[in-house]
Design a protein around this ligand. Structure first.
Ligand SMILES: Cc1cc2nc3c(=O)[nH]c(=O)nc-3n(C[C@H](O)[C@H](O)[C@H](O)COP(=O)(O)OP(=O)(O)OC[C@H]3O[C@@H](n4cnc5c(N)ncnc54)[C@H](O)[C@@H]3O)c2cc1C
Length: 430
């Protein structure tokens, strides 16, 4: 088949990769001058296969009023006269209950573990150099309460217990000595040795090269925005940019936060709204002074990951619309936290400040599957987990396009599932 993929972020590139593996003739269209220049550019770098719980959580709901009063809060909200924002918020509030949370976690875990297997295959192929390491992850808690809650969660999730362990503050320092400055405030942590880290932008570029190589090279069109998807009689007709009109047999929309603009004229609504986040990537001055293990500061909702010679520090979830400007105050919070935890082990003169928009669904579950237009497919809404889930989502969608049953249950990721609440039955049991 001839297939067009719209979007050259990690999700579109991974999808194109698996479509190429299946022998399709693929054209990837990317609006920007290079691949990975959108949200995939400087994210937290965590391949966080076992930390897939969505933001929509009854505990988060309880914290929102206090966060609204603090300028350095991890979540911020700027109300806008934007029906999409309010619709998304309503969906988010509705998803903040135990049933939806359990359903989403049960749906996401097999997908993320499948993604881990596929990333493992990419690493083993030795074609992709993206600073991948299996460095483990330590989620540190500064409050007895939150640490106790994390331990309770572990007790109720036997599928996680074999891979994760709760450790006290002293053991946290044993796992990651660079936490010494944090030690007086540490109450304990959850350590997951199998978690991984990598450079998402480098993997995007690796995909770009690999797509262009070998049999049936993928045509990657850069600097070409798709302006319109044409349909007739409920079927895909053409994908139109300023300079060409492509007429593929199928088209995958993987354009992240911007997908709604292309789909709306077709009468297709996707519940995706941007959750803005920030990162800095200061160069490492003292190896021993920065963590090698990925660290998540649970209370502050900031992640630290060593990627090459820099420490990637990422966080914040601001509900402020499609605004990608880098706000000095938010960067200031990341710098202050990093300095407090790791002192002068980093060079704060070269921060590589960045802001990006997570393409988030209210439930935290991505949308992977058919659109209600024949020949049109969606791979969207990976939110805070796009790097982690891209391989799994790409493979699942390629399977569906080929008419194969995917290796993991995908009904929770259908568009109709995204538009309805969670059913009573667990995913995969139908
Ligand atoms: C601060 C922060 C930290 C994060 N940390 C992590 C992490 O540690 N681990 C993790 O797994 N995930 C993380 N994420 C999430 C992850 O970065 C995203 O889920 C992922 O990058 C989304 O990929 P995408 O391909 O869907 O979107 P994008 O990378 O934005 O790609 C979409 C592409 O589509 C293109 N496009 C849009 N419209 C058109 C059009 N009309 N025509 C052609 N092209 C178009 C855009 O130019 C863009 O390049 C983080 C995100 C943020 C913001």
């Amino acid at each position: 088949m001839e297939i067009c993929v719209i979007g050259g972020g990690i999700v579109g590139l991974a999808t194109a990769w698996y479509l190429k593996q299946d022998g399709h003739d693929v054209t990837l269209v990317e609006a920007r001058a290079g691949v990975g220049m959108g949200t995939s550019y400087a994210n937290g770098g965590q391949l966080s296969y076992r930390y897939i719980a969505p933001l929509a959580d009854p505990d988060v709901l309880a914290k929102i009023p206090a966060w609204m009063l603090r300028s350095d809060a991890p979540v911020r909200f700027r109300p806008a006269f934007d029906p999409e924002q309010w619709r998304w918020l309503l969906g988010f509030l509705q998803a903040c209950n135990q049933r939806d949370l359990r359903y989403s976690v049960a749906a996401l875990l097999p997908l993320s573990l499948y993604s881990k297997r596929l990333i493992g295959d990419l690493v083993d192929a030795r074609v992709f150099d993206f600073q991948w390491r299996r460095n483990g992850k330590l989620v540190v808690h500064r409050s007895e309460e939150s640490f106790a809650a994390a331990r309770r969660l572990l007790d109720t999730q036997p599928e996680l217990a074999s891979e994760q362990r709760a450790i006290d503050a002293e053991a946290c320092l044993g796992v990651e000595p660079a936490l010494a400055r944090m030690a007086p405030n540490l109450r304990g942590g959850i350590h997951t040795p199998g978690e991984e880290v990598g450079d998402c932008l480098a993997l995007c570029r690796g995909f770009e090269q690999a797509l262009a190589a070998g049999e049936r090279p993928v045509q990657v069109l850069l600097g070409e925005a798709v302006e319109q998807i044409e349909t007739a009689g409920g079927r895909l007709q053409a994908v139109v940019t300023a300079s060409r009109r492509l007429t593929p047999d199928a088209c995958v929309v993987a354009s992240g936060v911007d997908a709604g603009k292309l789909l709306k004229p077709l009468g297709v609504t996707v519940p995706i709204y941007p959750l803005k986040g920030y990162s800095i990537s200061p160069p490492v001055r003292e190896d021993g002074g920065v963590p090698s293990v990925s660290i998540t500061d649970y209370q502050r909702k900031i992640v630290y990951a060593r990627i090459g010679n820099r420490l990637r520090v990422a966080g914040m979830a601001d509900i402020v619309g499609f605004d990608t400007s880098v706000k000095a105050a938010r960067i200031g919070t990341l710098v202050n936290e990093t300095r407090e935890n790791f002192g002068d082990a980093l060079d704060y003169g070269d921060l590589a400040e960045w802001a990006g928009l997570r393409p988030a669904t209210p439930t935290g579950r991505p949308i992977v599957g058919a659109a209600p237009v024949a020949g049109l497919w969606l791979n969207l809404g990976q939110g805070a987990l796009g790097f982690t889930l891209a391989a799994g989502c790409g493979r699942v969608l390629a399977d569906r396009i080929a008419g194969r049953q995917p290796a993991v249950p995908d009904e929770p990721f259908s568009l109709s599932a995204a538009l309805q609440g969670a059913p009573e039955i667990p995913p995969g049991s139908r």
